[in-house]
Write a protein that binds this ligand. Structure first.
Ligand SMILES: Nc1ncnc2c1ncn2[C@@H]1O[C@H](COP(=O)(O)OP(=O)(O)OP(=O)(O)O)[C@@H](O)[C@H]1O
Ligand SMILES: [Mg+2]
Length: 306
């Protein structure tokens, strides 16, 4: 196996009393799409920006493409692409001008018009940055991250603010990066995004990685079962649901309930009996496989977007 593109061991970073990254270790292989999934404040951006050389770590070992991002120079910038969670671009410049400008900082640069087409910004080619919608600005920031045709690209919540169509386009684009052999590190709150794109996902919470594996393995390790999902406003508690036949766990968020079952027909039968007994209506009932969202809820007791 080739040397990992990224190696991180016991990384730590505090802001005053707050331990934002509290001892994180992982590796990213060449050509991998590696996800960091976690709620607000989990420490994703802090971790990623340390790897990008934009923040200085307190302690721990970090190697990115064999370099220390804290002290590396031109080689690093040539090989690494960065999309920041917050972008401040020149508001009066036009889209194509910004892309050309950023490209001009590098010896190797992608074709401006190709990037515009790739990101679906043809209509907005001559628009000023200040005139872009949030989702369009987001697409531009992804284009800028690959303007130097990097070997490794960091995308910090690339799909935030995008409509569903743009998000799906972005997924295709990221798959295109992967197909060209680029290594991608991305952060997200969207489990569908992580499930669809990532070879492996680090689930982060409170500055720690609480699980790390492929999306399917994370689900498999945590749930041997499928879930029955439904909405019921009346009188069914998490506790009642947990007592139903063949139920292994139950999770309720207000009136929305999920119960995990090792035997769907048995659980379904006892759920219908209970609902009838209580006179509780069951709405929108469906059976589904467990997801990364369920894994997160199981590991932390919270949802990703609390
Ligand atoms: N420059 C800073 N100064 C002080 N505290 C900071 C700074 N940057 C981040 N923090 C704090 O560190 C913690 C981790 O923040 P970070 O931005 O890494 O989280 P995140 O996982 O990227 O969250 P989000 O999903 O909201 O982007 C948060 O509690 C945040 O308030
Ligand atoms: Mg962040």
């Amino acid at each position: 196996m080739s040397t990992p593109v990224i190696q991180v061991r016991d990384l730590r970073k505090a802001y005053g009393d707050l331990q934002a990254v509290a001892g994180v270790s992982f590796e990213v292989a060449e050509g991998e799409v590696f996800g960091m999934l976690g709620p607000n404040g989990a420490g994703k951006t802090t971790t990623v920006e340390i790897l990008e050389g934009l923040r200085i770590r307190d302690s721990g070992e970090v190697s990115v493409l064999g370099m220390n991002p804290a002290t590396s120079g031109r080689d690093f910038k040539r090989l690494v692409g960065v999309q920041l969670q917050q972008v401040a671009l020149y508001p009066r410049l036009r889209v194509h001008e910004v892309i050309s400008l950023f490209g001009s900082f590098y010896e190797q640069q992608a074709e401006t018009e190709e990037l515009i087409a790739l990101m679906g910004l043809e209509d907005r080619r001559n628009a000023r940055i200040a005139e872009l919608s949030g989702g369009q600005a987001q697409r531009l920031s992804v284009a800028l991250a690959v303007v130097n045709m990097p070997r490794l690209v960091f995308l910090d919540e690339p799909s935030t603010g995008m409509d569903p169509q743009a998000r799906r386009n972005l997924w295709d684009i990221i798959e295109g990066f992967k197909a060209r052999g680029m290594t991608v590190v991305l952060t997200t709150h969207y489990m569908e995004e992580a499930e669809r794109l990532c070879d492996r996902v680090a689930v982060m919470d409170h500055g720690r990685i609480i699980a790390l594996d492929s999306p399917s393995a994370l689900v498999r390790e945590n749930f041997a079962e499928d879930a029955i999902e439904f909405v019921s406003n009346d009188g069914l508690s998490e506790h009642d649901l947990g007592e139903l036949a063949a139920v292994t766990s139950a999770a309720s968020q207000g009136s929305a309930h999920s119960i995990f079952s090792s035997d769907i027909p048995r659980t379904m039968g006892s759920l219908l009996d209970l609902a009838q007994e209580r006179g509780a209506p069951l709405e929108g009932m469906r059976v589904r496989h467990a997801t990364l969202e369920d894994v997160f809820l199981k590991l932390t007791g919270r949802t990703l977007r609390d």
